[in-house]
Design a protein around this ligand. Structure first.
Ligand code: CIR
Length: 256
């Protein structure tokens, strides 16, 4: 179960955030703020305490806090983002993490290693890490070595289609996993109960389990129904403005 969540308010500069889909247009800032509030309320309804960080205009993608740290029961790992414009963002999360973790339990991924939290999927004590454009082998090697110190394990996942690992796959606990695109037949995930995401609903693969409820982006009815059929309470949250920046429900928070 998760007790805490950290979020960061989106900055106005989010209009300059990285995107692979400029055809979707620039995010509407006021709407993005409203959606952020709704997201926080949805999280609160799952029984977590939400810590809100101030906006940071220097980093257009800084509302996507998931990428700058990986938090678990034993330790916190500050990442080293692979995207040039996001380098430095990880330093801005350290203060708040020190409120929750002892200093000697805070670890760091160091250059030339790169790793972004969107590439990390926690399944119990094991962490799958996508080898993506943002996360390199050196970053994964450092990450796994850190996990080992705490009695945890990790493994690299080969991928080519998605931005981050969790753009295409989500663990919903109880051995249930949402899978889309290249992950449907991926050998690493063959032993899970797979809930297949329809080709037209790929964005909804980035849903999140929070204390037995599942947050699903609004507008993806087939995915919503499939998750409900698997026995979960679903809460839908509109993330249209974040989708314009390739971001979704998982990217917007750190859950621990
Ligand atoms: C980026 O490209 O870094 C942001 N525009 C989106 C980050 C999404 N984060 C995630 O999937 N964890």
């Amino acid at each position: 179960m998760f007790k805490n969540v950290i979020v960061r308010k989106p900055s106005k500069s989010m209009a300059d955030g990285i995107t692979s889909a400029p055809e979707l247009g620039k995010p509407d800032y006021d709407l993005a703020l409203k959606q952020h509030e709704n997201y926080i309320n949805a999280l609160k309804s799952c029984g977590v305490e939400v810590t809100r960080l101030d906006l940071d205009e220097r980093y257009p993608d800084s509302c996507f806090v998931e990428d700058v740290a990986v938090l678990n029961k034993k330790c916190a790992i500050i990442t080293n983002p692979g995207a040039e414009s996001r380098k430095g963002e990880e330093k801005e999360i350290i203060n708040v993490i020190e409120k929750f973790y002892d200093k000697d339990k805070i670890e760091f991924i160091k250059a030339p290693g790169t790793l972004e939290g969107g590439d990390v999927m926690m399944v119990g004590d094991h962490f799958y890490v996508g080898l993506s454009d943002r996360t390199n082998q050196e970053g994964i090697d450092q990450f796994i070595a850190i996990l080992k110190k705490y009695g945890l394990t990790g493994s690299a996942v080969e991928m080519k289609e998605f931005l981050h690992l969790k753009t295409g796959v989500a663990y919903l606990e109880n051995n249930n996993m949402l899978v889309s695109g290249e992950f449907i037949e991926h050998p690493d995930f063959k032993d899970f109960n797979k809930i297949l995401i329809d080709e037209n609903e790929q964005y909804a693969a980035n849903s999140i389990w929070v204390n037995d409820k599942v947050l699903v982006p609004k507008g993806y009815e087939k995915t919503k129904k499939a998750i409900e059929d698997a026995g979960y309470d679903v809460i839908t949250v509109d993330t249209s403005e974040y989708r314009k920046l390739d971001g979704g429900l998982s990217c917007l928070s750190l859950r621990f």
